[in-house]
Design a binder for this molecule. Structure first.
Ligand code: SF4
Length: 314
């Protein structure tokens, strides 16, 4: 994480920690359009253990149980993408140092997508929760990690009780890879007390993170500005995620010579990788977002260049 919370944000969270707002109070702030205050109040409730950090509500995570090999429960941590929470921070701030203009337009965590169905599709609810989690993390990282650990532990128990395995994606809408490494490091701890383990996985735009030997399943996200990194990752045996300008179910079977699997089916691609693989995703979002993603080169045409040695390596 880059940057520190602004003093006024820190003071407000502190205030809400000692005198918390109820969920209804936060809703009232949202309805008045006071979203930054609502996010600070949300962060305080989270740090008091009165808000859930992990969610299984995001559309992609919901799909795991029905389609994956075996029975899986898929949960994720949705922080604020890129600079969405920058208003709360002093100086330069981003949760995604390698984000591109194209990916920011179509990010699952931004205001165009990721609306909670149970909230009637209201976008502010998700915005407040994403910013609230991010502020909580910056306000008290050790406490945040402690809460996250206990949620993962509980989720692993619950999944095991139902005869399922747990997969956790800590980077649903950020590139915060240190939390993923932290959760993966708990594996030994969980094993010691015979608690079922969780599989930690995610997507990153930082090729260096692919080399971390921390037990996290990671693939590199292709963007309009990292083609060379993507081809280098594939050539060295890693897998990548590519957004195709195609409808769901109409993804190509190969891209630049590498096999493509359908990443829209569910998010548990780590079960299906066989050597360097392209996890294909169809372009999503509203018309304008899709048009921007095409124009910027974030989404690639399915038929473009199936030759692994051509253009992108240059
Ligand atoms: S890097 Fe990933 S999480 Fe961050 S803005 Fe881009 S798509 Fe969203």
């Amino acid at each position: 994480m880059i940057g520190q919370l602004k003093d006024e944000v820190r003071l407000l969270v502190q205030d809400y920690l000692s005198d918390p707002l109820s969920g209804r109070g936060i809703k009232a702030l949202r309805e008045q359009g006071r979203l930054h205050e609502a996010a600070c109040a949300w962060a305080a409730l989270a740090l008091r253990g009165q808000r859930v950090l992990l969610t299984g509500q995001q559309a992609k995570l919901d799909l795991a149980a029905d389609h994956a090999e075996g029975k899986w429960v898929n949960v994720g941590l949705t922080l604020a993408p890129a600079g969405e929470a920058s208003w709360a921070f002093a100086g330069r701030f981003t949760m995604c140092p390698k984000a591109s203009p194209g990916c920011m337009r179509t990010c699952v965590g931004n205001r165009g997508q990721g609306r909670a169905k149970k909230d009637g599709g209201a976008m502010d609810h998700g915005y407040v929760a994403r910013c609230g989690r991010t502020i909580a993390l910056a306000f008290d990282r050790p406490r945040f990690k402690q809460l996250l650990e206990s949620e993962v532990r509980r989720a692993a128990y619950d999944a095991a009780y139902d005869g399922a395995k747990l997969a956790v994606r800590p980077d649903v809408a950020s590139d915060e890879q240190r939390l993923a490494a932290f959760l993966a490091s708990l594996r030994g701890k969980f094993d010691n007390i015979t608690v079922p383990v969780a599989t930690i996985y995610g997507y990153t735009a930082d090729p260096e993170c692919l080399e971390w030997d921390d037990g996290v399943h990671r693939i590199l996200s292709r963007k309009e500005n990292n083609d060379a990194d993507v081809m280098a990752a594939l050539a060295s045996g890693h897998s990548v995620a590519v957004v195709f300008d195609a409808k769901k179910g109409a993804l190509p079977t190969r891209w630049r010579g590498y096999p493509v699997i359908d990443g829209d089916v569910h998010d548990l691609w780590f079960l299906r990788l066989d050597g360097p693989t392209v996890v294909g995703l169809s372009l999503k979002g509203r018309r304008l977002e899709k048009a921007m993603a095409r124009a910027k080169g974030f989404a690639v045409a399915p038929e473009t260049n199936n030759n692994p040695t051509a253009e992108a390596v240059a």
